[in-house]
Design a protein around this ligand. Structure first.
Ligand SMILES: C[S@@+](CC[C@H](N)C(=O)[O-])C[C@H]1O[C@@H](n2cnc3c(N)ncnc32)[C@H](O)[C@@H]1O
Length: 261
């Protein structure tokens, strides 16, 4: 997705993003649990959205800077987290920070959306202090949730109805070559899952419209869009209770100590 398109979409969604269900907040908690940063660590939340990782890092006593390409997200972070060191509009692929400014750079569900993830990884490496950590999440698999197979199947079924270049955000991304290519070492990965209770079908649909999948839904012509929604609601009607099962894949790598790259 182009940076301009991402900025426009997420700016439009900023008021509702992660407010309908604590979807990104839940994964951010698990992400920070895995990273276990020490209090006082200088953290950059890259593509911070409404600050899911920012909030989790502040709660652990870190010194947090948040950046996002969407001004509406950045304004809300500054208002919601007065403890944040700085919240700035910035492109993850061109960071306006001096070399070696941070101990940890974390990015939740962002890197796979970028035009040039390798450029972002190189920039992250530059702004990390030697020995610092870059960690990011991408959408992942979830086990034992056959009742949700319909959802990704519906996206696949309706995708041909969308003008190429519109719709789906992001693409599958393997963290290992990305991190290795930017010179990170000690590469690690970790799969996490969450199960979120959803009060009713209206809440689920509002959630679907509150984040990146909105681009896909809005790119459907009116009749297929109505059919897509009806099919989702029909599946949800068979679930009692509705529990949203989802997975994420976490990656991390370490910036080598000086002289080792
Ligand atoms: C799926 S949201 C994730 C937000 C947040 N990290 C979270 O976990 O909730 C993706 C975010 O990346 C931001 N983004 C997309 N492209 C970007 C870019 N080139 N530079 C910085 N942020 C970007 C969007 O504006 C959006 O807020």
């Amino acid at each position: 997705m182009t940076t301009t398109r991402a900025a426009a979409l997420f700016d439009r969604l900023a008021a509702v993003y992660d407010e309908v269900l604590p979807f990104f907040t839940g994964f951010a908690e698990q992400h920070l649990e895995w990273l276990a940063p020490t209090p006082g660590a200088r953290v950059l939340d890259l593509g911070a959205g409404r600050g899911a990782l920012t909030g989790a890092a502040l709660a652990r006593g870190c010194e947090v800077t948040a950046v996002d390409v969407a001004p509406g997200m950045v304004e809300r972070i500054a208002a919601q987290y007065p403890g944040v060191r700085a919240a700035r509009v910035m492109d993850a692929q061109r960071l306006d920070f001096p070399d070696a400014s941070f101990d940890l750079v974390c990015a939740g569900f962002v890197i796979h959306l970028l035009d040039d993830p390798a450029a972002a990884a190189r920039e992250v490496r530059r702004v990390l202090a030697p020995g610092g950590v870059f960690s990011f999440s991408v959408p992942g698999a979830v086990a034992d949730a056959p009742e949700w197979a319909f959802y990704s199947a519906l996206f696949r079924e309706f995708e041909p109805l969308i003008t190429p270049g519109q719709g789906r955000l992001g693409r599958p991304l393997d963290g290992r070559p990305l991190l290795a290519g930017a010179g990170f070492t000690g590469i690690g990965e970790h799969a996490v899952e969450q199960r979120l209770p959803v009060p009713d079908a209206d809440t689920f649909w509002n959630w679907a419209l509150s984040h990146g999948s909105r681009a896909f839904i809005d790119a459907l012509p009116p009749r297929p869009r109505a059919e897509f929604e009806a099919r989702v609601r029909a599946e949800l009607a068979a679930m009692d209770p509705i529990v949203l099962a989802s997975g994420a894949h976490l990656w991390r790598g370490t910036a080598p100590l000086l002289g080792s790259f």
